[in-house]
Write a protein that binds this ligand. Structure first.
Ligand code: ADP
Ligand code: MG
Length: 289
């Protein structure tokens, strides 16, 4: 993807996201502590994966980081500036340098607006920050769609194509950080890997960082520089992806990696832990404890 109009914003490995000791609680009786003392940093150009079973707190971390969930404890800095003091209402507007891609692309796209106009929203956000904007047609090409589709409405696209459009809209804002929460889970198995690899490539072209949440460990292994494993709201293990796969230290990580289906499967972890695995995991020592 050689394109002179797409300069690498940050050739050095500046930290774009630095979250320290964040805790997320949901009210109720009893209250749910969804995230406990999680720290996480992402450098420009780096893809960091967050994996773990359903309910382990991955989405809560993502929501806290982008500012749509209140942080009970801890601090988040974005591009070196603290942001956790900004209220949840103000943060998404203030932090257009962070963009998000969700599991269901239909929720990211307005069904009643032409896709070109929606990508234009992203371009405007980039320009408002003084970043260079490009044209919706260019973004459609970058995500593997035809530039003459700009005038079409979202309903005329497949799920995989809609997700490509949502990715185009998010990246057109030239974020320094893309947070993607299960962006490929709702897609056809045949397109999941291609979409994930496309995200990785485009994010790298921008020189941005990416937080990639997925339970597709085969895909994580292909695209993530580092992987964090969550269990029960904590990060129980983290490291360079290859190192983690080669020598997982925690029983939980071993069980998680062992659950990767063979290549003829769907490429997903189909089920939660067995009771035996669960018993082992109670021995897991959180990182930094
Ligand atoms: P994951 O994305 O790994 O599946 P979540 O962050 O969605 O995990 O959820 C972590 C925990 O917080 C779960 O126990 C979940 O039931 C709970 N939870 C998530 N969102 C809410 C909410 N809005 N209110 C109450 N509990 C929630
Ligand atoms: Mg989730």
């Amino acid at each position: 993807m050689a394109d002179d109009a797409m300069p690498v914003l940050r050739p050095d490995r500046t930290t774009v996201l630095d979250a320290r000791g964040i805790t997320v609680r949901y009210p109720g009786s009893p209250p749910v502590v969804a995230v406990r003392d999680v720290s996480l940093s992402i450098a420009a150009g780096e893809t960091v994966a967050l994996v773990g079973e359903s309910g382990s707190g991955k989405s809560s971390v993502a929501r806290a980081v982008v500012g749509i969930e209140r942080i009970a404890e801890g601090d988040v800095a974005f591009d070196g500036a603290p942001v956790s003091h900004l209220g949840v209402r103000r943060r998404p507007r203030r932090l257009t340098g962070i963009q998000m891609v969700f599991q269901d692309p239909s929720t990211s796209l307005n069904p009643r607006r032409r896709i070109g106009d929606q990508i234009e929203d992203g371009i405007r956000a980039a320009r408002a920050r003084g970043a260079e904007g490009s044209r919706p047609e260019e973004w459609l090409e970058r995500v593997g769609l035809s530039p003459d589709m700009v005038r079409r409405m979202p309903h005329s696209f497949s799920g995989g194509q809609k997700q490509r459009i949502a990715i185009a809209r998010a990246l057109a804002a030239r974020p320094h950080l893309l947070v993607a929460d299960e962006p490929i889970s709702a897609l056809d198995a045949s397109t999941q890997t291609a979409v994930a690899e496309l995200m990785r490539e485009l994010v790298q072209d921008l020189g941005a960082g990416m937080l990639f949440i997925s339970h597709d460990l085969a895909v994580v292994r292909r695209i993530a520089d580092r992987t964090l494993v969550m269990y029960g709201g904590r990060v129980v293990e983290e490291g360079p992806t290859e190192q983690l796969w080669a020598a997982p230290r925690q029983p939980y990580t071993k069980a998680l990696l062992a659950a990767i289906p063979e290549p003829d499967g769907e490429g997903r972890v189909p089920h939660g832990p067995t009771p035996e695995e669960r018993a082992m995991w109670t021995e897991v020592t959180p990182v930094g404890a």
